[in-house]
Design a protein around this ligand. Structure first.
Ligand SMILES: C[S@@+](CC[C@H](N)C(=O)[O-])C[C@H]1O[C@@H](n2cnc3c(N)ncnc32)[C@H](O)[C@@H]1O
Length: 392
């Protein structure tokens, strides 16, 4: 069984300290614990806005300094980690290579205070050979962008090869971006901003925008969209990917390993999303002490598209992405995968004969991992057994 576990970069303590210090300064409270307690209500408010209270104009929080401080301490670290998964997957599993002979151009749409743009720059500084990285961050909220700019100003030494440009504009409307549109971008990220920008608008409108934005990518470029793992936002991404698959252009690099209709959307019971463990920064854990949010795992859905055809995978049950947890049941482990032939299959592994290492390895597998398993044995319709030797 090939799992190719790729390591995301942990949330840097220097970014955490920056936000803690910013909160202490702006609230005028040097006592960090008191500071975090004072922002509990704002975190609660944002949490509700991002889930149960989504309504037109709900993104106005990005103009409010206190809400942005709460965002920076609570949501920013989570977004910083989440955006890395689809990007590392494109590099590690699909062989995506950023240009090495010229500066790499990145556009962060709906950048807010910068979690995604900063994560991308931190990662690219580490994994690419590009001589320079040029990040353009766009948001309609100057206050949110102001935080992004302040971070980059204070901590510029952490991104020695990155140049930053900030623009206030409407991500839905490229002429407002205030940047030349004739030099293509190598990477466009839209991190937790699509659903906000297009709240209440039709899929047709979002799809038209998507196809328009894809024109600004270089031939090898990537567009990565991440969204909350809510049913509403995840199914919108599934409908967009189905429309893309039907049109035959651009190409889907993730989460699907195929261009067939999404089997989850066709069934209408569950929706495709990732659930990933991470190391929670101490200030976030403190802030959560009385909020009881589930912070040990990060949930999100995503869509990665490119004008470039992804490397072909053999179609069949052998290659699949986990679209359910690896569940421990009586006598076996069991999960569900979306395979490279566009089918949804159940996969099981008998527990007997598994040694402690094998069990530990299975317990590390998460919803969203891609697996490649040789010698699958048919059990019944749409169910495959993973041979124990594949785990050892
Ligand atoms: C949840 S925040 C995400 C910020 C950042 N991308 C991240 O991942 O942390 C959503 C951002 O999208 C911005 N936004 C919403 N609608 C927008 C629009 N039409 N044009 C530009 N930015 C928009 C908001 O101002 C906000 O900063």
């Amino acid at each position: 069984m090939t799992t190719r576990p790729f390591e995301v970069l942990p949330y840097p303590p220097w970014l955490e300290h920056w936000w803690v210090k910013a909160a202490a300064r702006q609230l005028g409270r040097p006592d960090i614990a008191a500071c975090l307690r004072e922002l509990e209500r704002e975190v609660q408010r944002l949490s509700d806005l991002f889930t149960v209270e989504r309504s037109p104009g709900f993104s106005d929080y990005a103009q409010d300094e206190r809400l942005l401080l709460a965002y920076g301490l609570f949501f920013f670290p989570q977004t910083f980690i989440r955006i890395q998964f689809p990007l590392i997957e494109a590099v590690a599993w699909r062989g995506w290579a950023p240009p090495s002979d010229r500066p790499m151009r990145v556009l962060d749409l709906g950048a807010g205070p910068g979690a995604a743009g900063l994560a991308v720059a931190t990662l690219l500084e580490k994994v690419t050979e590009s001589s320079a990285i040029e990040v353009t961050a766009l948001d309609r909220a100057p206050t949110a962008l102001g935080f992004f700019q302040a971070i980059v100003g204070d901590l510029s030494a952490y991104w020695p090869r990155t140049r930053w440009t900030f623009r206030v504009g409407d991500l839905r409307d490229p002429p407002t971006w205030g940047v030349p549109l004739d030099t293509p971008w190598d990477l466009i990220v839209v991190s937790f901003a699509l659903g906000e920008a297009f709240y209440g608008q039709t899929d047709t409108r979002v799809y038209a925008w998507l196809r328009h934005v894809l024109r600004y990518l270089s031939p090898q470029g990537l567009l990565v969209i991440t969204e909350p793992a809510l049913r509403e936002t995840s199914e919108r991404l599934e409908r967009l990917r189905d429309a893309v698959a039907r049109a035959g252009w651009p190409f889907i690099w993730g989460p699907c390993l195929h261009h067939r209709p999404c089997p989850l959307l066709a069934e209408g019971c569950f929706w495709c999303h990732e659930v990933r463990r991470w190391t929670v920064p101490p200030s976030l854990a403190d802030l959560n002490r009385r909020l009881y949010r589930m912070i040990q795992v990060l949930k999100f859905s995503f869509l990665t598209l490119s004008p470039q055809v992804p490397p072909a995978l053999p179609a069949g049950p052998m290659w699949f992405r986990l679209i359910a947890p690896m569940a421990e049941m009586k006598g076996k482990f069991q999960t569900v995968g979306c395979a490279s032939d566009g089918q949804k299959y159940t996969y099981e592994i008998l527990r007997r004969h598994l040694d402690a290492d094998g069990i530990a390895r299975l317990r590390r597998i998460e919803r969203g991992h891609i697996l490649c398993v040789q010698d699958l044995q048919p059990v019944r319709a749409s169910t495959w057994r993973i041979p124990n030797k594949a785990v050892s």
